[in-house]
Write a protein that binds this ligand. Sequence first.
Ligand code: 5GP
Ligand code: MN
Length: 337
Amino acid sequence: MMNTNEVAFLSNILKTPKQIAIIPHRNPDGDALGSSLGLYHVLKQLNHQVKVVSPNDFPEFISWLPDANEVIVFEKNYDDCSSFLQGCDLVFTLDFNAFHRAGDQMGSYLEKLRKTFIMIDHHQMPENYAEITVSDTSYGSTCELLYNFIEQLNLSHLITKDVATCIYTGIVTDSGSFKFVKTTGNTHRVVAKLIDLGVDNPKVHSQLFNTTSFNQLQLLGRALQNLKVLYNHSAAYTYLSQTDLDEFNYQKGDTEGIVNYGLSLKGINLAAIFIENKEEGMIKISFRSEGDFDVNNFARNYFNGGGHINAAGGKSFDSLSDAISKFETVLTTINKQ
Ligand code: 5GP
Ligand code: MN
């Protein structure tokens, strides 16, 4: 949380109308877009000129979030995004803590952008670019942290149903619907207040999780058939090649959550999925673990990535099969048991 000086500094800035950009990480998920739009709706009520500037497009399953259609996309609309950012008094970065997480293009743009940054995030090892760094890894989501941030600024009265819906969405998606380790009493207290503020929780769940397309289900089927179990490492992994993705007309977000199926196997506490992306010339990897196996370190050390202890991601510029071989080799080397 912020100290008293930081609260005073920020409250003072927000007292008069400002131009403010809010940036989620690249490939925004429910927490990144939910927190960004939640903050957007709060700041709008204070008469600031606010825009959410996303590095790239967001997936369909969160496109119903209130005012998601107002988001401008840096990689699609450079001119508008750049001119807005240049005119800003304040730039919030939400759900990430290192500029490269905004992607190559927007990341290097932000490196050069001399503006006052405010970071709100729950990942490990924050970079040092922000005037105010609200970074707390004990939170399960940026949205939950944002709720407490709004409270700290004495702006709770601005948490409308729309704000509450955005925040609720990020909490639900990052906590695996309230089941992951960092789901605390505070999480449930915050959620209770959000529901009291009018969040239609069954509807949010339905909009998030019950809009699967036939192709998406078939793609999941392919991933489950590709599943390999490494019992001696208590690990399981699967993969989807570009051909698999093409066959089922892959849309952004279609592979969300597939990695978790590996963890549901008895005796397995490390799961991975390797997804080929021919266009970007890389393999995107997601890691999930249960218990002590630290996938943040694992992704950082071996797969150009990072994240949290139990959920992390990375990438490989090898072929799909080489990336998988490396995974198996590394597991053997570190002799995980
Ligand atoms: P996912 O597997 O859902 O893409 O990501 C899981 C977690 O790891 C998220 O919290 C995400 O922010 C983080 N993460 C995913 N990919 C990367 C990456 O390439 N680099 C870093 N530093 N973190 C990542
Ligand atoms: Mn998050």
